[in-house]
Design a protein around this ligand. Structure first.
Ligand code: NDP
Length: 509
């Protein structure tokens, strides 16, 4: 108890939030799930609703290093048991998790929107999609197969087997707090691995909601474990630990680069999805209404906090004026509001730090000579949250910092282009390479774009954001590292190949 009081005092001082110690016994702290049990760590954090900073969603424990070690040891034992479990049982469990997420998407989606700030439709849709990752990988459980080869030598057969990787660390970001984790956890379990999940500290409620569903399943204790804690401490200790067989990370480029260095010291297998600077091209023959819709959805969906966001819009000069007029008008009409209000089209940004970063980018854009056509202002609404009006910059060029750095913000930068080739060159002039898109009526131009765009995904007459769950997702350049996520391609990361040579002896005649 003395330790708990001390921690509370430290926490109160750290965060500036004064908590009456006499109220302590009433306070519920959400726990980590380690070794099949819900357990407290020594410290905790609180979770503030970005739509209303007076709404504290709850308190969430933080795992310490001893708990991490225990979790890793337990995960190793559990993985061995899980690898022996029949496929039908694995199928059933993943299927149950998926269906419960789908059935509960409205309730859990509301929790997700409350803590992340995306609209209710987006929050519920994300939970539903998370369920689909589990039902999809439930089906993949039954499709695991190997290969046989004839040998170049006599009387030898060769078999290629896939085996589980082992203990997988899943590190996920706040912007898709459940879907990103689901598209890693579901294949990891499907292919026979155990999982330690470190979610983003900004969105722990979604992590608890998913864990509660997984915790109900009849699986070995420690097969799936939730370890909440800060990225720079717990996350760092996790990626440095040699007991981890694989790390699947989604987050920023800076953190990804640090993790890569640490993982390389232990030669830990790694897969990473990081930042982006996606461009959408509006061709001279584009249907302008489709172009405007795709740009608005692509640039401002999820408050622009998506790795698939269209942050650069490259418009042919022949349709520039018409496009810009309609795009700026549609952007100005978007309703910014509390994520939990049904008619909100754009929720708040996730945190004060993110809001300040966005406002700094607005200042930078103006300083660089771009014209701010609309938005870019902090908004005071009925509830006190991190609201910003969606911004459109005109007269930008691809050398400006606002067109080179990932802002992760509701800010779109429009560039004018003289030709298809120039547009394509702008699309590819970036260190990232996740998404690109083109709006055109020409099949030939779309095909040319598809072949020449140096990105992992290409969209034709669609927003850059919005992907399916059964096909690979990932990028090139600084956007991704390692093998692709999602679909059957996920098995490249979550399994290890074994080539077996069998000498059958010389047959007696
Ligand atoms: P961060 O990189 O800050 O954090 C991602 C995760 O890593 C969090 O769980 C974080 O924990 C943890 N972490 C932080 N530092 C370390 C460390 N040193 N070692 C191990 N783990 C660490 O990203 P954000 O959460 O801010 O997410 C936004 C970023 O994610 C954007 O750059 C975006 O592009 C990218 N993203 C990419 C996607 C893709 O598929 N390409 C999809 C979605 C997002 P903590 O929260 O405690 O800091």
């Amino acid at each position: 108890m003395a330790q708990k009081l001390l921690t509370t005092v430290v926490h109160a001082i750290d965060t500036g939030i004064f908590i009456f110690l006499t109220e302590m016994h009433k306070m519920k702290i959400n726990k980590n799930f380690i070794g099949g049990k819900w357990v407290l760590g020594e410290k905790y954090i609180d979770n503030i609703n970005p739509s209303d900073i007076n709404d504290n969603i709850g308190f969430y424990t933080q795992a310490d290093i001893d708990q991490l070690e225990l979790a890793l040891d337990t995960a190793k034992t559990a993985q061995k048991q899980w690898a022996k479990v029949g496929l039908e049982k694995r199928y059933d469990i993943l299927s149950k998790i998926g269906h419960e997420l789908i059935n509960e998407s409205s309730r859990i989606g509301t929790i997700l929107s409350r803590e992340e700030g995306k609209t209710l439709a987006e929050g519920k849709g994300e939970v539903y999609r998370s369920g689909q990752f589990f039902t999809y990988y439930a089906a993949e459980v039954l499709r695991q197969k190997g290969e046989t080869f004839a040998s170049v030598r006599e009387n030898i057969d060769i078999g290629i087997y896939r085996e589980p990787l082992g203990v997988v660390a899943v590190i996920s970001p706040w912007n898709f707090p459940m879907a990103t984790a689901a598209w890693k956890i579901a294949p990891a379990l499907a292919f026979g691995n155990s999982v330690l999940w470190k979610p983003a500290n900004l969105t722990p409620a979604s992590a608890i909601a998913l864990t509660e569903i997984i915790a109900k399943q009849n699986v070995p204790e420690g097969l799936f474990q939730l370890i909440m804690g800060s990225g720079s401490e717990l996350g760092d200790a996790l990626v440095r630990n040699p007991k981890v067989d694989g790390i699947s990370f989604t987050g920023s480029l800076d953190v990804g680069q640090k993790i890569l260095v640490e993982a390389s010291k232990n030669m830990t297998k790694i897969q990473m999805e990081m930042g982006s600077k996606n461009a959408l091209v509006v061709s001279e023959d584009a249907d302008i209404d489709i172009a405007v819709d795709a740009s608005v959805i692509g640039a401002f969906g999820g408050t622009g906090q998506k790795c698939t966001a269209s942050s650069r819009i490259v418009v042919d000069e022949r349709v520039y004026d018409e496009f810009v007029e309609k795009f700026v008008s549609a952007t100005s009409d978007l309703r910014v509001g509390n994520a939990l209000c049904e008619d909100t089209q754009i929720g708040p940004v996730v945190s004060q730090t993110q809001l300040q970063s966005n406002l700094d980018y607005i200042k930078l854009g103006v300083y660089e000579g771009a014209e701010l056509a609309c938005g870019g202002k902090q908004l005071s609404l009925l509830s006190d949250g991190y609201y910003q009006s969606p911004a459109v910059f005109l007269k930008t060029n691809n050398t400006m910092q606002i067109n080179r750095e990932e802002m992760f913000a509701p800010i779109a930068c429009v560039m004018k282009s003289g030709s298809h080739d120039e547009s394509l060159a702008i699309v590819n002039d970036t260190s990232f390479g996740l998404m690109s898109g083109i709006i055109t009526k020409s099949l030939a131009r779309a095909e040319h774009f598809r072949k020449e765009a140096k990105t992992g995904c290409v969209m034709v007459n669609l927003p850059t954001a919005g992907t399916d769950y059964h096909v690979p997702f990932g990028g090139r350049g600084s956007s991704s590292f390692g093998s692709r996520e999602q679909g059957q391609y996920a098995q490249e990361f979550y399994t290890s190949l074994k080539t077996v040579y069998k000498f059958s002896g010389v047959a007696e005649s």
